[in-house]
Every structure is written in C-alpha cells, then in structure tokens.
Design a protein around this ligand. Structure first.
Ligand code: COA
Length: 351
C-alpha cells in the first residue's frame, strides 16, 4: 500500500501587524472585548497578492523536504481570495517556483480549503496519479473585508502555509478524514460582492458586505467539527486517547474550547496560535500545523487530529500520522519583498 508522507512544511506570514488597539482606532470596539470573545490579540495584513505569500510558503516547504521545484508533480492551492480566476493561482506558484513538472489546481471551500486540498493531494498520491505534491493554504482576506463591520473585521487576518507530500511505503500522512458541508446554511456566512454574481450590479469587485450570523456559525462549527472528528476516529477504530496533538481551525478560542469539551480532549494537547494571527481562513490550520512542527509539539510518529470548518458551511477532520523526521532538511532563501507600511496603514488604504 502507498501512503502520502508529509516530508516538508513551510509558512509565510506577512510582516505588517494589525492589533486590537489598531482596530479600535476606526471601529467601536476594544481590546478587552475582542480578547475575551475570541482569544485574538493581533493579525497580519498582507502587502502582496496571495500567490506571493503562497510562493514563499511553498519554497519553505520544498526546502524543508530537501526537494527541488522540478520534483513537484502536483500543486493544489486552497484559498477563497485568489488574485485571478483565470488563469488559476496554482499555475502562478508553479511559474514562480519553476515547478515545470507540476499539474496545477485551485480549491475553494473557504476556511477548510487547505485541508480539502490536503485530501485531494493525498488521494492522488495514494491512487498513483502523482508521486509528489505541494499543498497550499493561503489567504489575503483583508482585500475582501468589509472593514466598517466590527462583527467580522476583527476576526480575520492574512497568511499562508504549505506542505510537501511524497509517496511512502510506511504508514503515515493522512490516514483518515471526514469531510462534509451544511449547504442549507450557506447564507449565514456569505461575502456579498465577491464573485461574478455581483458583476452586473454596478459594484466594484471586492467591495463587499458580509452576511455573517456569528452565533449560528459558532453552533454549526462546533457541531460539524465534533461530527467530523468522531467519524474520522471511527474510520480507524481509534479513541480520543490515541491522539497526541489536536491542531484545530483557529476561528474563535471559545469554539475550540467547546469542541475540546464535547470530545473530552485534554486542553494541554490542543495547539493554539489564534492570539497572534486571528482566523486566516484557508491558511489557518496549515499555519498552525507548521508552527506545531517548528515549535516542537509534533513528535516522531505522533497522531494528530485536525478539525476545521468554513463558509459553505464546510467542515472536516483529518487524522494525520507524522513521520520519523520533525526537523527541516534545509532553509529556503526566498522571502517576501520588504515593506515599511504598518497593518493599520495597509487597512486604511483598503477602507
Ligand atoms: N466589539 C465590541 N462589541 C461587539 C463587537 C466588537 N467587535 N462585535 C459585536 N459586538 C457586540 C454586539 O453588538 C452585541 O451587543 P448587544 O448585546 O448590545 O447586542 C454584543 O457585542 C454581543 O455580540 P454577539 O454577536 O452576541 O457576540 P458573541 O459572543 O456571539 O461573539 C463572534 C461574536 C462573532 C465573536 C462569535 O459569534 C463567533 O466567533 N462566531 C463564529 C464566527 C466565525 O468564526 N466565523 C468564521 C468561520 S470560518
């Protein structure tokens, strides 16, 4: 049996920081409210397009795996904020990397896009279509944010992460997952103005208003992720005790707490970075997974549970068995162009 081992990992966080206090300069909100209701303290705002964030994250993942761009046979790019719809964003990453042997596709399932992309790449490796893949979750939510709406604009940030996958005879990588969608609830999280549906309405593309029922999303998120975790565990006949680390989607610390309580998961096994980045949509779980490796929480051969949810309302949970190696083979020299702009300055230009 062939498995899809995760042998490389990388992230790219744009340098400009937007703090809760920055948000309070133009919204009726404050640090205490945001911290206590969400767990977030700051988030990043990108000065470049999503493909550039993705490119740097992908180059880092390739270096960590000790591979060359020519080794990549597939690029799956998960996002909701692609720079262009045609040509796709994965082809731009291919061009920037020089990954001339890679097939390229984009996947959009909102915040779960990185995890759905991981499923696509894993399945294509296991079935023998390709031998290697780069999986990307990247997002520049700031460009489609309704900045005057405090219900949503405090919650999101920009970022990117990537994984390199390759064939292995050793049982590792994604061993089971559960994916689903509450399509009947798709209207409770909707970015109005983002998509061709709005093109004839004399609206500037990207000038959005968000339909966003926070409490409904909250309940559906807990329900969806709980169900997904139970189903993924059941596929392998595992109990929660077998899980060494939980790396959940970071949309709200209280959502993570409810899920952990529902699943009777020990809090000390849950990886949290929400205070630094907020919700980076498609990038969130992959950035968290990459940081969990880089910060030593992922140990050789450990079992990782990754629950996620997003607009649609899509939900997922992946059971990942890590391999023997937890250190990067090399470091990439690729980096973002520098900027002197602050997060607040970048947001002021978008408002
Ligand atoms: N600053 C200060 N006050 C705010 C505020 C803000 N940014 N946003 C809302 N409020 C106010 C509300 O107006 C309300 O005031 P009222 O009681 O006078 O009406 C009060 O705070 C409580 O608002 P409520 O919406 O009930 O708060 P909540 O505890 O449900 O938290 C969310 C709101 C959005 C943080 C929470 O529902 C959530 O995280 N939902 C999930 C959303 C999500 O993550 N979506 C992404 C999907 S991937």
């Amino acid at each position: 049996m062939t498995y899809a081992a995760i042998t490389g990992w990388g992230k790219c966080l744009p340098p400009a920081i937007l703090s809760n206090d920055d948000l309070a300069t133009f919204l009726d909100t404050n640090d205490e409210w945001i911290t206590s209701r969400t767990g977030m303290k700051e988030r990043r705002i990108s000065h470049v397009d999503v493909s550039e964030l993705a490119y740097v994250a992908a180059a880092n993942a390739l270096a960590a795996a000790g591979k060359r761009a020519e080794d990549v046979e597939l690029i799956v790019f998960g996002s909701t904020t692609f720079d262009e719809m045609c040509p796709n964003a994965a082809s731009n990453v291919q061009r920037l990397l020089g990954a001339c042997n890679a097939a390229c596709m984009d996947v959009n399932t909102a915040c779960t896009s990185g995890m759905y992309s991981l499923t696509v790449a894993t399945a294509m490796i296991k079935s023998g279509v390709v031998n290697s893949a780069l999986v990307i979750g990247a997002e520049v939510v700031s460009r489609i944010m309704e900045w005057s709406n405090r219900n949503v604009s405090i919650l999101f940030g920009d970022g990117a992460a990537a994984l390199y996958l390759e064939t292995s005879e050793i049982r590792q990588g994604v061993l089971a997952e559960s994916l689903g969608c509450y399509g009947e609830s798709r209207d409770i999280l909707s970015v109005q103005g983002w998509g061709l549906k709005y093109a004839d309405k004399k609206r500037i593309l990207g000038e959005t208003s968000w339909a966003f029922s926070g409490q409904e999303i909250f309940k559906k998120a807990v329900k969806g992720m709980t169900q997904a975790c139970e189903r993924a565990l059941a596929k392998l006949g595992l109990q929660t005790e077998a899980i060494d680390l939980i790396v959940p989607h970071q949309a709200n610390l209280r959502i993570i707490d409810s899920l952990t309580k529902n699943m009777k998961l020990p809090k000390e096994k849950v990886f949290i970075n929400i205070e630094r980045y907020g919700n980076m949509s498609a990038a969130t779980t992959l950035v968290a997974l990459v940081e969990a490796v880089q910060e030593g929480y992922v140990t050789a051969n450990c079992n990782i549970l990754v629950p996620a949810f997003g607009g649609g309302l899509t939900w997922s949970a992946h059971l990942i068995k890590w391999g023997a190696r937890t250190h990067a083979i090399a470091q990439s020299e690729v980096s973002l162009p520098e900027t002197t702009q602050t997060g607040l300055e970048l947001v002021q230009a978008l408002r």
